[in-house]
Design a protein around this ligand. Structure first.
Ligand SMILES: NC(=O)c1ccc[n+]([C@@H]2O[C@H](COP(=O)([O-])OP(=O)(O)OC[C@H]3O[C@@H](n4cnc5c(N)ncnc54)[C@H](O)[C@@H]3O)[C@@H](O)[C@H]2O)c1
Length: 295
């Protein structure tokens, strides 16, 4: 797909973050947009930004974990637009918890949205993509390339997205099916994913949510531009951000030795977080003591 003008683009999870930025950038490049999200409020805001750029846009309330709902959504898109040229399975959530403290329901929630949501979107829209000779884009993560402590469910889902997407790509090639397929691996991007995350950070991972938010150097808009450039160039693997490029290179160069590096780094970060928490508690105590002093 060399350009997006007049192409029908389907984006899930378009009410926030990378999904919103993708929608707005696609609108600016002349695409026709079918945008969905489980939460309608953010979606309305995204649609307004796309309409301001002159795009034809329709919004759909959609929970990607609901297979039948995704299939019906594909039918609606066909009826409203005539068929999808580009499908971006973007909706995603995360859980920050060590395996000993992770709640099973939370782990299942991550797998349902991040993995099964991608499977549902792929199966429902593939016939339309075959008809339009379109492009399928599934969003994995840097954590689909390299594992990280306190992210096991997210790692599992994102590694699964990678394996699933590459298998689908091979099937397209084996069968000479004219559908292009890309998998996207963003590093840490400044979005609401960390504030929306479920978290249980008792076991030495204190402050992890704040740290991810602090370390996110790539903006959602930059991420969207990189992803769409990768789609235009028909890249199979689209890596977003210096941190993701580094992780990709190091895991390939170092093999399992990379696991030692990540564990050491996480241990240092956890002790720093504990130290910061202790300092904050001491500072709060000092404030309380000075409050009780006589003037
Ligand atoms: N932000 C990052 O650092 C980062 C890094 C790597 C990968 N990613 C991936 O990028 C994608 C977008 O994440 P983001 O950072 O923009 O997060 P975000 O929280 O800003 O946006 C995610 C959107 O998905 C929607 N969503 C959640 N559950 C849904 C469901 N069941 N059905 C439909 N929509 C649902 C949310 O309502 C939200 O609008 C996700 O797949 C995420 O895993 C993000």
């Amino acid at each position: 797909m060399e350009e997006f003008r007049s192409k029908v683009a389907v984006v899930t999870g378009a009410g926030s973050g990378i999904g919103r930025a993708l929608a707005v950038e696609l609108a600016a490049q002349g695409a026709r947009l079918a945008l969905s999200d489980a939460v309608p409020e953010g979606l309305a805001q995204t649609a307004a930004s796309c309409a301001e750029r002159g795009a034809e846009v329709r919004t759909y309330r959609l929970d990607v974990t609901d297979r039948l709902a995704v299939q019906n959504h594909a039918k609606e898109v066909r009826a409203d637009f005539g068929g999808a040229d580009l499908v971006i399975n973007n909706a995603g959530v995360t859980l920050l918890a060590s395996i000993t403290e992770a709640d099973w329901d939370d782990m299942r929630w991550v797998l349902d949205v991040d993995f099964w949501g991608v499977v549902h979107g792929t199966q429902a829209f593939l016939p339309q993509l075959v008809a339009t000779r379109g492009h399928l884009v599934n969003i994995s993560s840097m954590y689909g390339l390299t594992p990280a402590p306190a992210q096991s469910a997210y790692n599992a889902a994102k590694f699964a997205v990678r394996g699933f997407t590459e298998a689908v790509l091979q099937e397209m090639r084996v069968g000479d099916v004219p559908v292009k397929v890309s998998c996207v691996y963003p590093g840490t991007v400044r979005t609401d994913i960390f504030s929306n995350a479920r978290a249980a950070t008792g076991l030495g991972y204190g402050g992890i949510r704040e740290r991810y938010a602090r370390e996110a150097t790539t903006s959602a808009e930059q991420a969207a531009r990189i992803i769409l450039r990768g789609v235009r160039r028909n890249r199979v693997k689209i890596i977003v951000g210096a941190d993701a490029r580094r992780a990709d290179l190091l895991t390939r160069l170092l093999g399992t030795a990379y696991l030692r590096i990540t564990a050491r780094r996480a241990r240092t970060q956890a002790s720093q977080a504990r130290l910061e928490a202790m300092r904050a508690r001491l500072a709060a105590q000092r404030v309380r003591t000075s409050d009780h002093r006589q003037p």
